[in-house]
Design a protein around this ligand. Sequence first.
Ligand code: F6P
Length: 562
Amino acid sequence: MTQQTPLTELPEWKALVESAAQLKKAPMNLTSVMTPERVREFSLSLDTPEGPFLVDFSKNLVDAEVWQQLGRLAEATKVATTVRRTLGGEAVNRTEGRAALHTALRCRDPAAVVSAAGAGGADDVMPGIRRVLAQMRDFTERVRSGAWRGHSDQTMTDVVNIGIGGSDLGPAMACQALAHYGHSGGLRMHFISNVDPTHLAEVLRLVNPATTLFIIASKTFTTQETLANARAAKAWFLEHSGAGEAAVAKHFVALSTNQRGCQEFGIDPANMFEFWDWVGGRFSMWGAVGLSIALFVGMDHFEQMLDGANFMDRHFLETIDQPSKCVPLVLALLGVWYNNFLDAQTHAILPYDQYLARLPAYLQQCDMESNGKSTNLDGQKVDYSTGSIIWGEPGTNGQHAFFQLIHQGTKLIPCDFLAPAQGINPPFEQHELLLSNFLAQTAALMMGKSEAQVRADMKNLPEAERDALTPHRIFAGSKPSTSIVYPKLTPFQFGSLVAMYEHKVLAQAAIWNINPFDQWGVELGKKMANDLLPCVQDAVRVAAATAAGDICPEASKILQQY
Ligand code: F6P
């Protein structure tokens, strides 16, 4: 979808520029506008089979007028059309001539036909998806039940997933998020991504080759880091197992679109779990790349995760024409408001749920690799800000680290606070403490603390001391946050949450008129790293050159070719 009128020339855009200018002149006092009606107007509750999924966006710097203007911007930029085209399987990833159909991986309708209009024309993707899901079920059940045996007839105790980016972050995050559901299979999960051999070495120290299953996860099967780690893991396995090459088939499987690459590596084609070029790496944990998740939590739980994502997909499609009803679009519009009109540079993701500790890291790729673009779909340089810097940590840890800056620093940092209504682990009084912190922080950000309150708190201090301390103790307040509360962290709710953020990213890309499905920006560094390899074989010389703020002459010759 491209826009005929440049985005910043649209009257809907200009109206928001005007509203933002007014807001900067007369800042909004969130506490004074907060009423039960406002909370009703600016919150959504989705009826999931496990209870309400709540999104309260009333503590954001929007009033009814700005909200309507944002809704009109969504209409003017034809977000709904882009969303329907994407989820309908059109080749929306134009720079790579592909569809972006990861939503089909979690399509739960047994009769569904979903077509991917890739470069090769339209194909129903569902038979392939169902075949791989069946293959995953069969394999995971054999491993978990002990029917799958290693080279010395032992059952598997450890799974090592080797991959990077989308072939690591999704499954690593999900295995941590769903750890409570992973105890039944008795498998220990490990993830190796970094090309730094330390990552591999520290995992291999923990596992026994006779009882370890290695998963090589790489969409392309050409990624330098993954192949280097996979080769090193295979060499370690052959050396430490004392088994011959034939044993590799019992200990190595691959998740990839590249059958030839897997075979060349020595993986039995029967142990390859396929996916397709219309599944972007950062959206791939819903299919074969989720094998480690399914091994850990079992295929039934994995499919519940797909159900949850599919629930959010259907909600997104059904409500995409109604900005105030559509959760991912609400998040997208708030993000655009802060990013493009109120000059926020970053967005914090703050899960009050230890299980979601890796969600911010996962969303960094999902959001920043997708929307870190400065060229629009028509090939023109954009004259507005696109993707935000995503960051965060679980609460309450973040409160004792960076919250000071959110409360009293000089930067505007919109925050998403996420929490489960119900905890999973005792003691449950501690869950209450967690929730009280969740509520307290969003309230404190909103309310701040006025000079009068600060002075009243210090009424017993000598006046001079009170005067000196007062400015330091004032909180401006009116710092925006969105609260997202799900019933409990189940596979279903987890799937819904992740899909919600994927769709937020798509809706923002539609408004910004950019392609969220390619990532050319990371290719240059990858190629340079390969070309520079011969120059870094002398580690001492590299260290000396780096210390001298220089690069070695061979390297500089290579870099001149770029
Ligand atoms: O960093 C670029 C990237 O292509 C990501 O998009 C991708 O998730 C990652 O590398 C890993 O790629 P692959 O799965 O092909 O090894």
